[in-house]
Design a protein around this ligand. Structure first.
Ligand code: CMC
Length: 434
């Protein structure tokens, strides 16, 4: 728990002729939460909050988000400032250690990451054993938990040195795992990391270089990728981060916790939305650019279709990351000379949706995933690699949240309650008598 939490107020709940007084926590940005930890013991009640829209699962000093005002800050620094001036590894340092590094600290951190990018040579067989059309997210999640078999020190979750080396290994090796899962899928030779390249440039090199000719990383492309990674680096208690914390609360090692987070991220309602956005835009272009048809489909309660890249559980005004990405998309499309037919359709779709009563009433705006896929695509990433890139970006956030959770004396194993709605007690009937 942070020392900025105040507990001077209380809230009252009346039920069944009894009144319970519960402490109210206030965080450093004045967010308030009722502490209901004594509720069941004193009243027999549990709370019901499907989707956890009103449930705080922890206190955290990492990321602040105000969905109504469109504010996102890592360790107090506005995302706009970090996106404009920082680098991904500097942001990773900030999230994990709490402060911006000095030049010396950053150089040491970057050097450590750079010198851990190789994965164990035995892991080449691991990639070979997947089918050629394996989704890279499945391979990335498996490879991440697979690393725990090579590094048993990761089980020492309360040993600061072991946590530190696991942190560095994860940040250093995830791009290698991601790039090799792609190389496997396209049947090309695995490309080893290059220590003379920056983090994002090295990922591009491992993805797109081939052994038979030189590959030059375009600085503006590496810069655009670095920006995307910064924008994805943390987002407080979203589904994948909550998964990392929940799995980590069982005291399993960090590789297993992060692997669980990667699986949670894969879903199209979460990080998989970037792939779904491009699929939708391609379908719209193919059908002659009929944007209105897809907006109508998204509004049809029987269609079981939501417009990917629109809406957010927390942002109800605008997603500050989407604003930054939209501007960057324009620049990257110019720099790469990519065909921007999809970008045109995306702009049209945004305009139609933002002026539609259904979207306005429900406060549905483009989210971070609406434009990010266009940048990944312009860079040359295939669609099924987009969410791998998101995972690489989110990794420092997952690690920072895992470390905060493990270090907190208040952490308990995550174990929600339920309200049982099944059959009441009955007697077993032998199979001959059924
Ligand atoms: N298209 C059409 N209708 C929508 C959409 C959408 N994209 N998103 C929400 N709605 C409707 C929803 O049907 C509901 O309508 P009604 O009140 O008539 O039942 C209303 O808006 C409220 O939506 P909700 O589903 O209750 O909101 P939620 O907070 O549970 O879900 C969400 C948030 C992001 C899962 C949802 O907006 C969605 O499915 N969006 C599309 C997928 C997407 O872009 N996900 C990426 C999220 S941002 C990056 C990340 O988290 O990784």
């Amino acid at each position: 728990m942070t020392d900025t939490v105040s507990r001077t107020e209380t809230a009252r709940l009346a039920f069944d002729g009894r009144e319970l007084e519960m402490p109210v926590l206030r965080g450093s940005e004045d967010e308030a939460a009722v502490d209901i930890s004594k509720l069941r013991a004193e009243t027999g009640l549990v709370t019901m909050d499907i989707g956890y829209g009103n449930t705080g699962s922890c206190t955290s000093a990492i990321t602040y988000l105000d969905g109504e005002a469109g504010v996102l800050r890592y360790r107090g620094y506005p995302i706009e400032q970090l996106a404009g001036q920082s680098s991904f590894l500097e942001v990773a340092y900030l999230l994990i250690y709490g402060e911006l590094p000095t030049r010396q600290q950053l150089d040491a951190f970057v050097s450590e990451i750079t010198h851990h990018t190789l994965i164990r040579e035995e892991m080449r067989h691991f990639f070979d054993s997947f089918p050629a059309d394996a989704h890279p997210m499945a391979v990335l999640a498996s490879g991440t938990v697979g690393m725990s078999t090579f590094y048993p020190d990761s089980w020492e979750i309360f040993d600061p040195d072991a946590v530190e080396i696991t942190t560095l290994r994860l940040i250093a090796k995830l791009p290698t795992l991601a790039a090799w899962s792609f190389k496997k899928a396209i049947g090309q030779a695995y490309v080893y990391p290059r220590n003379d390249l920056g983090y994002s440039a090295n990922l591009l090199h491992m993805m797109f270089a081939v052994p038979s000719e030189p590959y030059e990383v375009k600085p503006e492309v590496a810069e655009a990728l670095d920006l995307l990674l910064i924008l994805h680096a943390d987002h407080e208690q979203n589904a994948s981060t909550s998964t990392v914390r929940m799995v980590g609360s069982t005291h399993v090692n960090m590789y297993a916790s992060i692997s669980a987070g990667i699986n949670a991220l894969w879903g199209p309602l979460h990080g998989g939305a970037n792939e779904a956005v491009i699929n939708t835009l391609e379908r719209i272009v193919k059908s002659g650019g009929d944007v209105a048809k897809y907006v109508a489909l998204a509004k049809d309660p029987n269609a079981n279709f939501k417009l990917p890249g629109f809406g957010h559980r927390v942002y109800k005004n605008f997603d500050p990351r989407a604003t930054i990405i939209k501007r960057a998309a324009d620049r990257v499309l110019d720099a790469t000379g990519a065909d921007d037919a999809l970008f045109e359709v995306a702009l049209k779709l945004e305009e139609v949706a933002l002026n539609d009563e259904y979207f306005v009433q429900r406060k549905l705006y483009p989210n971070v995933d609406f434009y990010s896929g266009l940048i990944y695509r312009a860079i040359g990433f295939p669609k099924n690699m987009f969410t791998n890139c998101f995972a690489i970006g989110r990794l420092p956030g997952w690690i920072a949240q895992w470390r905060e959770m493990i270090a907190s004396s208040e952490t308990k194993i995550g174990r929600p309650r339920q309200v049982y709605t099944g059959v009441k007690q009955r007697d077993y009937v032998p199979i001959e008598a059924r």
